[in-house]
Structures are given as structure tokens and as C-alpha cells.
Design a protein around this ligand. Sequence first.
Ligand code: SAM
Ligand code: SF4
Length: 304
Amino acid sequence: MGKFLQFELWKNCHVGCKFCFNKYQPTSNTDDKLVALNKMLYVLNSDEIDEYDQVGFIGGEFFGGQLDTKEVKDKFYEGIDIIIERMKQNKINRFYIATSLIFDLNPEFNYFLQKFIEAKVLKRLMICTSYDIEGRFKTHKEEQLWQMNMLGLYEKYPMLPIHTQIVLTQNFIEHVLDNSFDIENFCNKYHTYIDYNIPHIGYDYRDKAEFDKLVPDFLPKRNDFPKFLHKTVIEDKTIDINRLFKPETKADVMYLIYINTIYRIVNKNYKTVLPFGLYNKSGYIDSDIKIWDDVNTFKEELNE
Ligand SMILES: C[S@@+](CC[C@H](N)C(=O)[O-])C[C@H]1O[C@@H](n2cnc3c(N)ncnc32)[C@H](O)[C@@H]1O
Ligand code: SF4
């Protein structure tokens, strides 16, 4: 198995999730987007690309109006064409594209899919979307649009893999504990599998308390987490503890373009490259103990 290279091209997104860590980040204009796309093309055309058998693009968002000028659209698809060519040559096994799927799939997203269909590599494309009970969909209509897109994609392209990220918020934990959200039903209904994000407050809030006032029930309470693990890992067997917070889709190398500066991040070591501390702003609302440490303790107890 080769390595996974990911590009975060811009943070722009039309959706505006209440909790999004990109919410107050600078948006990229056409020139900024072209800088990012040119960097991506430079890497795709260099010898470095031979190191990777998986490539991913993440935003922000690319669809729903973000490929908004001809130049941006052309450069984006120049990159997609290079990736598809390498997929046809079996040099790239999988391409991941992150998208909210909260937009009309016609004609933009279908145009994108059509390229993979024509090249007969659709089943090696992976759509990486997200779902959250609170804070993601501003209206019931938006949630219905996401649901319709998920069901419609499966109906039309059953071989197209779709992966869903859910933020492990207090709200989500409570819905799972009182059975108002059923993980297994969700996966079966939408033909998807889930990985979970550790919730964090992003770059723009002073501390967890300030964030919690504006986005309540997001950061989990430490007491509820073992109950959640017991239910999902032991009782329902809907979460594989060895996979929790360790998605296979974690990139080995990521090019992150932030205010026209290009960061090369190895093994997601954001701490060393970004001008802001992020890691101490994630996890429980009521404890500085890392969720990850509690996952490890749970694992050890399970193996005893
Ligand atoms: C920034 S989004 C970009 C891709 C796409 N727009 C989406 O929402 O899937 C990437 C992932 O970050 C997650 N995310 C956003 N804000 C977060 C936060 N404050 N804490 C944890 N995860 C967060 C989203 O839910 C999503 O799964
Ligand atoms: S769809 Fe993704 S990028 Fe857009 S606001 Fe929501 S989490 Fe952030």
C-alpha cells in the first residue's frame, strides 16, 4: 500500500455549519484559488506524485458554486484529469473528494462524476461527506436535500463508495444513548460507513467556555463518553474501537494552502506548522483529559 496525499485547497463553503472551524477563516478569492490550484498542479506534475497511490481534495467545498470562474473550473478539472489518467494507469488506486452534498447535484457534481464514469474508475472514487444532527442543516429542507442526494447517488451509482464523517458531539452522544439515532440504520439506509471527528473549537474562540455559549451541546461531557463507548462498542457493536478516530482516510502528507502560504504537513502534524494552537482546544467541555486517552484506557480494559 502506497501513501495518501491530500490537498486542502481553500476554506470557502456556502453551507455555514454553526460549529465549523473554518467559519471565520479568510475566504479565497479567484486569485487565491488559482494559487492553490497551481500548487496542486505543480505537485501532480512532479515526481513527488509517484510516492502516492491515494489522493484527496478537501475544502471548504468545491461544488455548490465554489468553482465560480472559468479559470478556477478549468484548473480544478486539469487536476482531476491528471488524477483520472493516473487511476486508469493504476498508479492512483483511490481518489477522495470531500463534499457537503448540500446543493443541487445538477449540473456541476454530475459533470464531475461523469468524468470518472467515462474513464471507468467510478468505484475507485470515494465521496467523503458529513452528517450532524445539530448545527449542520439550517433548515429541514437542507437535511432533506442531503438525504435525497445520498439516496439518489446510491440509486444511480451503487458502486460509488460514500463515506460519512460525524462529529462526536454531546448532542450526538445523547441521541445514540437514548436510541433516537441508530447508527446501524443510518449506515444501511444511506449505504455508507461512518468515521468520527473529535470536536474542537477551531481557531477563533478564546476558550471552550466561550465556544460552548455559542454552540451548546457540542463538546462532550466526560461522564457520558464511557456510556457511549459501552453502548456502541460492546452492546450494539456499531463502532470498532480500533478504528475510532483513526480513519483509514488519514493523509500521510497534506498540502494546506492558508492565506497564500503553502504548508506541507506530514502525518497531520498541524501543531508544528500552523500559526495557531489547535490541539488544546478540542475534546471534553468539562475536562482537560484527552478523549483519545479515554479511548486507549477503554481499549486496554477491553483486552484485559
Ligand atoms: C471542514 S469540513 C470540509 C468538507 C465538507 N465541507 C464537509 O463538511 O464534509 C471537514 C470535516 O470537518 C468537520 N468539522 C468542521 N468543524 C468541526 C469542528 N469544530 N470540530 C470537529 N470537526 C469539525 C466537518 O464536520 C467535516 O467532517
Ligand atoms: S459543509 Fe464542511 S466546510 Fe462547509 S461549513 Fe460545514 S463543515 Fe464547514
